[in-house]
Design a protein around this ligand. Sequence first.
Ligand SMILES: [Zn+2]
Length: 153
Amino acid sequence: MAPNEGQSRVPRASIPFNPVFGWSVGNWMEQFFDGMKEGKILASRCPACGRVYLPPRMICERCFAKAEEWVELPETGTVETFTEAHVKLAPNGTFEDIDGPEIIAMVKHDGADTCIAARLEGGGVSVGMRVKAVLDPSAENVLDLLAGYRAAE
Ligand SMILES: [Zn+2]
């Protein structure tokens, strides 16, 4: 017996649905993005325990105080871990193959206590590798302001 044989069929209708999503990134991420438009990497710091968050967070995950101090961090950091991506998300929500693997690295900026995820440009990556942020202050999409990282000279 075939898997669906004997079961009633549910009528289905196809409805064209292709929404464009827009959402508020919130005050903390807005300051982070505004900083990158000026070529600055801004992190939030907890005034109670001193933990520095990049990407910025409003509330400290350790002591729940409002992380309302802002500090500018250098462009440099260290790769803490990484992965290889072989597909990307297409505009229609499906995955599509990319030409070659893309390295996505978790980078801890100098002066930060947390990591930020971004593409790593160029070949060769290792844990502990020193990298430098690549900013694109003219990017239309705020998510592209941090274009990625490359090996620090
Ligand atoms: Zn704290």
